[in-house]
Write a protein that binds this ligand. Structure first.
Ligand code: C2E
Ligand code: CA
Ligand code: CA
Length: 410
């Protein structure tokens, strides 16, 4: 295969065309997008069909690990469209892996290959159970890895083609009963798979570093939208904020905070109307985060500690990090209506935060009685399905234009 073909990201085959032959040098894997492949092998001179693969299946996955020859022949069954996964995409990750993990991968691969050779050499019947297990386990790990690579390249495409949409969840001022701001939450509507959960694609973006460009895109969209929302009567600068999630890799990226400041200038926003939401993740060291928070403050941004109480964000963090807001996780709100002790726990947390002069946001407010309770405790902002789910920019704008947006609250 030529170098040119090696780096192509897709490949199209006509019916009956051979993708690769048993014994060919291997350099990449393929994911079937459309059509199908017949996988066959030559057993003592006789061709044996091993399996028939369909859209979504992965083929030639060992080719992304090393250059050992292909162990079977793949032939298009009808017109077929493939996505190519190159070795670089996987080896980059393996080279960054822990040395013990690398060794483990190598041992498993050797076992996989010896198992495969036994299957082939002895007519496919006599491999021992150990080798077959090794093959299954390795194959499964690699397929899982390739699946992530596929999602990663789709996410890159999604970013380029603006498939990522930012939605806006309203926050209520507990004292005023008015919308005080929004949190920008990113949505990915995949053209074929439908909506993909942020829990999945944000985690993937964080693992791969894609969160840096994704985060800038979200930051830009949310700022542009805040400037538009602040046109609504009664919600001008200083009267409506935007909370934007910032992940550990963005904090580690030395350019992000300066670029963020430039974006706010471009939209002529008050930086104090932007709250940067951070979580204490194990990936970031506290000192670096503290320095970053100082820089964010110098530039005029507000900083909020997200998911308080979930383990990633705990009591110690509260005095180590100089944040303006703390967001109490919804886990503390869920039992309020049923567990009296949880009310006392929340009361204690709020008292502590108030003593530290923090502004308090409560997440996951779903019932009127929860809102009533947190308001009585002196919390400042409420977020949750009672106030509203995340809304498209159009619906969020509609909410602001409505003179009495929360009439449904009892
Ligand atoms: P988060 O920052 O804690 O956001 C709040 C999540 O709770 C959102 O989930 C929101 O839809 C959900 N939620 C809000 N109110 C309620 C409620 O009353 N009840 C229940 N059960 N859930 C509620 P979502 O949109 O699925 O986002 C999940 C997480 O993904 C976010 O958690 C955040 O960590 C991350 N995320 C989303 N967009 C971005 C982004 O643009 N950048 C980064 N770095 N992370 C993002
Ligand atoms: Ca958040
Ligand atoms: Ca949260």
């Amino acid at each position: 295969m030529s170098n040119h073909q090696l780096h192509r990201s897709t490949r199209t085959l006509a019916d009956g065309e051979i993708l690769f032959r048993e014994g060919d040098e291997a350099d990449c894997a393929y994911i079937i997008e459309e059509g199908g492949l017949q996988i066959s092998t030559n057993s003592e001179g006789t061709p044996v069909i091993l399996t028939q693969l369909k859209p979504g299946d992965i083929v030639g996955e060992m080719g992304v690990i090393d250059s050992a020859p292909r162990t079977a022949t793949a032939t298009a069954a009808g017109p077929t469209h493939l996505m190519v996964v190159t070795r670089d995409q996987l080896t980059d990750r393996i080279s960054q892996a822990d040395p013990i993990l690398k060794l483990l991968v190598k041992i498993l691969l050797d076992r996989y290959r010896s198992g495969l050779n036994k299957v082939k050499g002895e007519g496919g019947l006599l491999a021992g159970p150990d080798e077959l297990i090794a093959e299954d386990v390795v194959g499964e790990y690699i397929r899982h890895g390739i699946d992530k690579i596929r999602l990663e390249s789709e996410l890159k495409k999604a970013l380029k083609e603006q498939q990522l949409k930012v939605f806006y969840q309203p926050l209520l001022g507990c004292e005023t009963g008015k919308i005080a701001g929004f949190e920008a939450l990113t949505r990915w509507e995949h053209p074929k798979r439908g909506p993909i959960s942020p829990a999945l694609f944000i985690t993937l973006a964080e693992e791969t570093g894609l969160i840096v460009p994704v985060g800038l895109y979200v930051f830009d969209s949310a700022c542009r939208q805040l400037a538009a929302f602040q046109q609504a009567p009664g919600y001008g600068a200083g009267a409506l904020f935007m909370s934007i999630n910032v992940s550990a890799k963005q904090i580690a990226d030395k350019d992000f905070i300066t670029q963020a400041a430039e974006i706010t200038d471009r939209y002529q926003l008050n930086r104090s109307d932007i709250k940067l939401e951070i979580t204490e993740s194990l990936a970031v060291d506290m000192e670096a985060t503290d320095v970053w928070i100082d820089r964010a403050h110098e530039l005029g941004f507000q900083v909020s500690l997200d998911d308080f109480g979930t383990g990633y964000s705990s009591l110690a963090t509260l005095y180590q990090l100089d944040v303006d807001y703390a967001k109490i996780d919804q886990a503390f709100v869920r039992p309020l209506d049923t567990e009296p002790r949880s009310r006392e726990l929340l009361r204690g947390i709020v008292a502590l935060m108030r003593a530290l002069k923090l502004k308090i946001v409560v997440e996951g407010v779903e019932t009127a009685s929860e809102l009533e309770y947190i308001t009585a405790l002196g919390c400042h902002l409420a977020q949750g399905y009672l106030i509203g789910k995340s809304l498209s920019p159009e619906d969020a704008g509609e909410l602001l234009r409505n003179p009495d947006p929360l009439t449904f609250i009892g």
